[in-house]
Design a protein around this ligand. Structure first.
Ligand SMILES: Nc1ncnc2c1ncn2[C@@H]1O[C@H](COP(=O)(O)OP(=O)(O)OP(=O)(O)O)[C@@H](O)[C@H]1O
Length: 304
């Protein structure tokens, strides 16, 4: 059974088409990263799954339940960390959790949830005085109430420090290990790369890529990045490098005399030879795997 199914989903706000005919299936048990530049349509998709927004056409379902017609059943399956949330300033973190546990008729222990998100020491403070990161941790704890089958996390790392980001990754893995599907939108691509089985990239309301990270790397044919330090400007050989088969991207940093090339692994030697053929000496070079960040830019035209 699929956890999320979007079928020809379209949303138009007045003059703006936020989603064009989006088709997507997220399988139960997956950790799925939903990526896209600002305004791509990620929050709109999540809002449709929760029935906060109605689609113009098409259908969205969660574990077979129609998001618009069977909203209550859908909500019972989902724990959500929304893009925008409201906390009651005069209530403590523990009181928020107690309330959420009662309203979901769940059996969670608030102390355990507070411990998991690192808020035990501030459990009884009013959340009015919480920092952005502390509030974000609390909202994550609220999303975990009732062991939902599907966790929807909209930009979960917002405001988190590096320890908080690590905690988030640990929780995503723990939740997935107990069987939950995790659907998570993020701009912090390292977060997605570290935990996701598959990613979908949305750009201008259309899904432009859908694959594993390795699959995306193979699809753009650019698995390696070479950074070279040269003794002079590479001159016309730069165009020759750009034209080599298997080269996806070339950028020059004139200030530092460095050039950086994304290419297929087999073309690394050809890239260096082409630079040398123009008389430039390669003083130093290092190679690395292309990051998801670069893949993202290549799919979205660097819009984010
Ligand atoms: N209520 C609304 N009324 C009009 N236009 C809207 C509304 N909500 C979203 N949009 C438009 O729909 C498009 C998609 O917005 P959405 O918030 O889904 O993007 P996003 O991918 O979540 O972006 P971000 O990363 O900035 O949160 C944007 O052009 C946005 O301006």
């Amino acid at each position: 059974m699929s956890a999320i199914e979007l079928e020809s989903l379209r949303k138009q706000f007045d003059g703006v088409v936020a989603l064009h005919e989006v088709n997507l299936t997220v399988e139960a048990g997956e950790v799925f990263g939903f990526l896209g530049p600002n305004g791509a349509g990620k929050s709109t998709t999540i809002d449709i799954l929760l029935d906060y927004v109605r689609p113009t056409a098409g259908r969205a379902s969660v574990f077979g339940y129609d998001a618009q017609r069977e909203t209550k059943s859908v909500h019972q399956k989902i724990g959500v960390l929304p893009d925008a949330y409201h906390l009651e300033e005069s209530l403590t973190a523990r009181q928020h959790l107690v309330f959420a546990i009662e309203s979901k008729s769940a059996a969670d222990d608030p102390a355990v949830l507070l411990e998991r998100v690192g808020l035990s020491s501030v459990a009884d403070r009013d959340v009015g005085g919480f920092s952005k990161g502390m509030a974000q941790r609390l909202v994550l704890a609220l999303a975990l109430v009732g062991q939902p089958e599907l966790l929807i996390l909209d930009e979960p790392s917002t405001g988190l420090d590096p320890n908080g980001a690590r905690m988030m990754r640990t929780i995503v893995r723990e939740e997935n290990n107990r069987g939950a599907t995790v659907f998570f939108s993020s701009h912090i691509l390292g977060q997605v790369e570290a935990v996701c089985d598959r990613v979908g990239i949305l750009a201008d309301g259309s899904l432009v890529a859908l694959d594993s990270i390795e699959g995306l790397q193979a699809a753009v044919g650019a698995k390696s990045r070479i950074e070279m330090t040269l003794d002079r400007h590479p001159g016309p050989s730069i165009e020759a490098v750009r034209n080599l088969a298997g080269v996806a991207d070339v950028s020059i940093n004139s200030d530092h005399g460095t050039i950086s090339v994304s290419c297929s692994s087999e073309q690394k030697a050809a890239v260096i030879d082409t630079i040398r053929s123009n008389g430039a000496r390669v003083l130093d070079f290092k190679t690395s795997e292309v990051s998801l960040e670069e893949l993202f830019a290549s799919y979205t035209g660097g819009r984010s």
